[in-house]
Design a protein around this ligand. Structure first.
Ligand code: HEC
Ligand code: HEC
Length: 334
């Protein structure tokens, strides 16, 4: 599923026109995420005059998108056979990168973000400097016509809290590692996050294509590797893929939870399992958590979720100068 740097994909000559603008996370994307945290009209796409038109969008779509996504929006454009992951099939109504709940449709703002920034590590280009804002809004109106699901009222966006003010320290990263073990992310992503977990080897996406769990040490995260984006990815899950959504409640595991070393054995050594046990012993028990009021429960869950974010970010290998130059992605930080 993953297209890594340097992996040769055979393109017909003219595709180079589409690759002129490398996918990158723009500052606007990060500001958008902050807007979310404050809950300030995150769902809105800036109004345009004239209002978005699917009819105009169709023209832009056929010129710029159909070559990959197909004239019928089914993801079977002329270039599709050469691409991995495959271009999105818009008739399915399934979108990976959302601020909405698992299984829900994306908001217009979610679509705008994917279209403006492109999707890292895949052939989905960034369209910001290529299509005008009006054209992007029109194209969104058009791609929504491919799935009848969009005729229903838009789903609510989830509330995303702001990240902790303090920069993650070693202690938070270490706690995040325990959360990663406890939540069993390793089953798919592997003990060191390299995407080589045992359960990850035979996965398929909902369109029937083989898919690998993301190598979390790879800097080119599709959904962005800034703290807010990571938090969003595992909170909402990626529709159409085996990547689950993890609700806050799932993080409220009590310190008295049983740890079966046999289960961890495929990814971790005995010493690491002991570290997990020791960490658990210092945590509130299930009974204590049950007795907590809603605010303290959410405090505990949030602390663990942000620690997990800090741990995942600690896994990212710092890209060297050449990688940054070729991916056009200088602002990605570990
Ligand atoms: C060179 C091929 C290519 C072109 C051209 C292209 N895309 Fe994509 N697009 C992709 C691929 C590949 C994916 C799937 C990435 C993945 O699944 O991780 C994708 C995914 C998407 C998504 C899905 C995001 C999500 O949340 O799942 C949207 C929306 C999208 N493209 C819109 C567009 C629009 C609009 C255009 C034209 C302006 C366009 N694409 C042109 C290759 C392309
Ligand atoms: C059942 C297998 C499975 C489990 C369990 C799982 N993941 Fe994933 N995860 C995936 C797959 C498959 C993808 C790739 C989706 C894609 O490429 O479109 C993925 C992608 C991701 C990404 C997205 C990277 C990007 O490109 O933006 C992050 C972050 C992530 N997983 C974190 C986690 C965390 C944290 C956990 C545990 C709380 C977890 N995953 C558990 C299968 C899994």
């Amino acid at each position: 599923m993953k297209v890594t740097m340097g992996e040769a994909v055979a393109f017909p000559e003219s595709i180079h026109a589409y690759r002129a603008v490398p996918a990158r996370k723009s500052a606007a994307g990060i500001m958008f995420a902050c807007g979310l945290a404050l809950g300030s009209g995150a769902d809105a796409v800036r109004p345009v005059t004239p209002p978005p038109s699917a009819e105009r969008g169709q023209m832009a779509y056929q010129k710029s998108c159909a070559v990959c996504h197909g004239y019928g929006g089914d993801g079977k454009g002329a270039f599709a056979p050469n691409l991995s992951p495959k271009p999105r099939d818009f008739t399915s109504g399934m979108y990976k990168f959302r601020t909405t709940g698992s299984g829900e449709l994306p908001t217009d703002a979610d679509l705008m973000r994917s279209i403006e920034d492109g999707i890292h590590g895949t052939q989905m280009p960034a369209w910001k400097g290529v299509l005008s804002y009006q054209e992007r809004a029109d194209v969104i109106a058009y791609i929504k016509t491919f799935s009848a699901d969009f005729r229903t009222p838009p789903p609510p966006t989830l509330a995303f809290p702001p990240p902790p003010a303090a920069v993650a320290d070693d202690k938070e990263v270490a706690e995040g590692r325990m959360v990663y073990m406890l939540m069993e992310c390793w089953a798919c992503h592997g003990g060191k996050g390299k995407g080589d977990g045992k359960s990850g080897r035979t996965l398929k996406d909902d369109w029937g294509y083989k898919i690998l769990p993301w190598d979390l040490t790879n800097q080119a995260y599709k959904g962005g590797n800034d703290p807010q984006s990571l938090y969003r990815t595992f909170s909402t899950g990626l529709n159409g893929t085996p990547m689950p959504a993890y609700a806050l409640d799932g993080f409220l595991v009590g310190g008295d939870a049983a740890v079966d070393p046999a289960k961890y054995q495929e990814a971790y050594g005995p010493a690491e399992v002991e570290t997990l046990k020791a960490w658990l012993r210092a945590q509130p028990t299930d009974g204590q958590i049950q007795r907590m009021d809603a605010e303290r429960k959410s405090e505990l869950g949030e602390r663990r979720k942000w620690a997990l974010v800090a741990y995942i970010r600690s896994l990212v290998r710092t890209p060297n100068f050449f990688v940054r130059m070729f991916t056009g992605n200088p602002e990605l930080t570990p």
